[in-house]
Design a protein around this ligand. Structure first.
Ligand code: GLC
Length: 749
């Protein structure tokens, strides 16, 4: 009970639902308006902050980025989301979610603005490192795992960016033009699973338009699908300055506008010059807004959001609309109830939240395990890897003495420690091993959006490294390990070529080295003109703070490289489905998703294009054999799909097979099951329907069971506005990748 005589108790001892009703009833219109948009966080930690209502004992709500670590304070820098995806392990995603949730609580934050899981539709997507996959089923399983984990730590998770934020080019304006079936089968599933299976607390409305309407104002997606059809009871928060029309957004289903203030109020706390701007009286000789726009430019991405300099569209515009009757106050009340309900659910309202744990050794260990598990061994000619540790190693690369912590943008994390590839290799050498380090070429820089999304090419080292020195080091060594990186950032799409002279460096080293290993720190596919000239290629994505330690574990065989590609590595941009300008980046700010459901490997299969490395690909130091595949379908009486159930479909078939490790080392595999349908509508040649990671000692075998649910068999019928399982035969394809099928069986729907 409040002791402050000036406060009115909304009965703090009442049950949450009753207390919420009381609070909403007691709030003034002014208090309600302030509760549905962000404001300045006095602690200067939150990325988004909703001020509390002291008079009613309602605490504030702090929301913080991001998907790879807590932005507000020095914290554990976990591997990129795409590295987590490459583990194909929802349980590990859950363990990660719980850890990052504990970090958020450790930074005294209530909501995490993550996970992000937009479909990686094009390899150029600048935020591919922040997302999971090109495949909706893998995307959904990882999203559910991560959301479950975050929320198990007592932190609200945010499913972002709803919807179809699949490119950074023109992200604030472009319209994703998508047909209903493609929306349902490709772009909605992970958000549907996050709501229906993981009960996600909030959903972030994206910047872009979908079929012509900005996401924060998209009534069909925010209210009809998300809230009415899926039963979402949490709140929809806008991306930062994504709300254009406050009244339209309020009516469409947006519940909270962020950050709820102009950039010079939001950003100026970190910048003395912007502090000066903020301190200027409004009637200053040089209009405060124009000066702020001028000084905010360096911070702004190439095409800034038009609202970044405005007050919140959920402030005056909503107040005026309610006061003159254009907007029912009850619409505002629903928004507040949604936010308060989540604050009650996660114990923010009664202050009983868990303590959390920030930047702990356990989390550092988990970051290393994820980086190891997400490492994909793409090529390993002549069993070049693993190394013994007794070799003379030439470690080469413009940044091989730096960890590749992450990409640029709101996901950036400031770790308290990090190990570089050079640290990792040095720390793992045996007594007679050695390592020499050469940059070989000018640094290519790193990507940070806090200066600009276009990476600054800075050469802090002064010396002029030359390829000849790298070649000499390679000639004097038993093996050359060349570490290369791309530069991806929010706010700009990525090149598919390695930046700088990295391709030349690899080719020059490979020309003289006995054995050449290439380590790619990239956010996805890059062209590899040197591929035939090198012996091994390892994709480590953005490994986070434990970069060097995880890399050494894999290079020296302490850990099996058990990652599998969550995206297709094609040879060139033209091989990908969205290869016309109309499709990507779009013409006239409209991107035609005319490839429909044929995204990623679905296209490569249908068009019979051979990728360089297929979806699901990854080598192991072990060797696996599959056998004895059997399929058992669920009859109507045995727990088949229950159309009334929350999860809308039960298991419809169970696959059983044996997997044996016939190699001489322990290893992990990911058993993948695809379905090939004989359908009346155009369907991809195969679609991922189930998968299971397994870990086996040398000589060990196990029985793997995979369940296929009804949704995997179904197509979305636009005429029926529902999912339909057509009669007929399906073929089940079980393999180690989408192109390495080891067993087949038929399945009658
Ligand atoms: C950014 C991103 C979003 C992030 C938010 C707050 O522009 O799109 O992912 O959570 O703004 O930083």
């Amino acid at each position: 009970m409040s002791t402050d005589p000036d406060t009115t108790d909304a009965d703090t001892d009442a049950s949450p639902p009753d207390r919420i009703v009381d609070i909403v009833d007691e709030m003034t219109l002014e208090e309600k308006i302030d509760f549905v948009h962000g404001s300045y966080d006095p602690a200067e930690l939150a990325t988004g902050y909703v001020a509390g209502v002291d008079r009613l004992n309602v605490p504030s709500l702090s929301l913080v980025d991001g998907p790879m670590g807590i932005r507000a304070v020095p914290s554990t820098a976990f591997p990129a989301s795409i590295a987590l995806a490459a583990t194909w392990d929802p349980d590990l995603a859950r363990e990660f979610g719980e850890a990052i949730g504990e970090e958020a609580r450790g930074a005294d934050q209530d909501a995490l603005l993550a996970p992000g899981f937009n479909i990686i539709r094009v390899p150029q997507c600048g935020r591919a490192f922040e997302y999971y996959s090109e495949d909706p089923y893998l995307n959904s399983r990882l999203a559910v795992g991560a959301v479950d984990g975050v929320q198990s730590a007592g932190v609200m998770a945010t499913a972002k960016h709803y919807l179809a934020n699949n490119q950074e080019a023109d992200r604030h304006y472009v319209s994703a033009e998508i047909d209903e079936r493609t929306l349902r089968e490709i772009y909605l599933p992970a958000f549907e699973a996050a709501v229906r299976e993981a009960d996600v607390s909030s959903v972030m409305a994206s910047y872009n338009r979908i079929n012509g309407t900005y996401a924060p104002q998209h009534r069909r997606l925010l209210t009809e699908v998300l809230k009415d059809e899926w039963g979402f009871e949490g709140f929809v928060v806008s991306d930062w300055w994504a709300t254009h029309d406050g009244v339209a957004a309020a009516e469409a289903g947006l519940d909270l506008d962020m950050p709820g203030m102009p950039v010079y109020d939001w950003q100026c706390h970190g910048s003395t010059f912007l502090d000066l701007v903020a301190a200027l009286p409004d009637e200053a000789w040089f209009p405060k807004k124009d000066l702020a726009e001028f000084v905010s430019r360096p911070w702004q991405p190439a095409n800034p959001n038009p609202n970044v300099l405005d007050e919140s569209p959920f402030d005056d515009p909503l107040r005026e609309a309610i006061e003159d009757g254009r907007l029912e106050e009850s619409i505002l009340d629903d928004k507040i109830r949604r936010i308060l309900r989540e604050m009650a659910r996660f114990r923010v309202l009664d202050g009983e939240q868990p303590e959390g744990a920030l930047d702990t050794p356990d989390h550092h260990d988990l970051a290393r395990r994820i980086a190891e598990r997400g490492t994909v061994l793409l090529q390993n000619d002549g069993d070049t890897l693993p190394l013994e540790g007794s070799e003379r190693i030439a470690l080469i690369g413009p940044h091989a003495d730096e960890p590749k912590v992450g990409g640029g943008g709101s996901s950036e994390v400031d770790p308290t420690r990090a190990t570089s590839p050079l640290d990792g290799v040095r720390g793992r050498l045996e007594i007679d091993g050695s390592v020499t380090f050469e940059r070989g070429i000018e640094p290519v820089g790193d990507a940070s959006m806090h200066d600009s999304p276009l990476p600054e090419i800075d050469t802090p080292w002064g010396e002029n490294p030359r390829i000849e020195e790298a070649m000499r080091a390679a000639q004097d060594a038993d093996v050359a390990v060349v570490v290369v990186r791309d530069l991806s950032s929010e706010g700009a799409d990525r090149d598919l070529e390695l930046p700088g002279a990295q391709n030349e460096l690899i080719a020059a080293v490979a020309a003289v080295a006995d054995r050449t290993v290439v380590v790619c720190n990239t956010a996805g596919m890059v062209t590899m003109p040197w591929l035939d000239a090198v012996d091994a290629v390892v994709e480590t994505w953005y490994p986070g703070q434990e970069d060097g330690s995880a890399l050494a574990s894999v290079l020296f065989g302490d850990a099996d490289p058990s990652g599998r590609l969550p995206v297709t590595f094609g040879e060139r941009a033209a091989d990908y489905p969205a290869s016309s300008e109309a499709q990507y980046p779009g013409v006239g700010l409209e991107a035609e998703y005319s490839e429909g459901v044929f995204v990623g490997y679905r296209h490569f299969d249908a068009a019979e294009i051979d990728p360089v490395f297929p979806f699901g690909h990854g080598l192991s130091y072990a060797e696996f054999e599959y056998g004895g595949l059997s399929v058992e379908t669920e009859t109507e009486t045995e727990g088949a799909a229950d159309p009334e159930s929350e999860t809308h479909a039960g298991p419809t078939a169970t696959l059983t097979l044996t997997v044996e490790n016939v190699g001489d080392r322990p290893g992990r595999d990911v058993v993948q099951a695809y379905l090939a349908a004989d359908s009346s509508v155009p369907r991809p040649p195969k679609e991922l329907a189930a998968f299971e990671p397994v870990e086996l000692e040398s000589g060990e075998s196990t029985t793997v069971e995979l369940t296929i649910d009804e949704r995997a068999l179904a197509v979305y019928d636009e005429d029926d506005a529902d999912w339909v399982v057509e009669d007929g035969a399906f073929e089940v394809l079980v393999g180690r990748s989408s192109r390495d099928i080891r067993a087949r069986a038929s399945l009658e729907a």
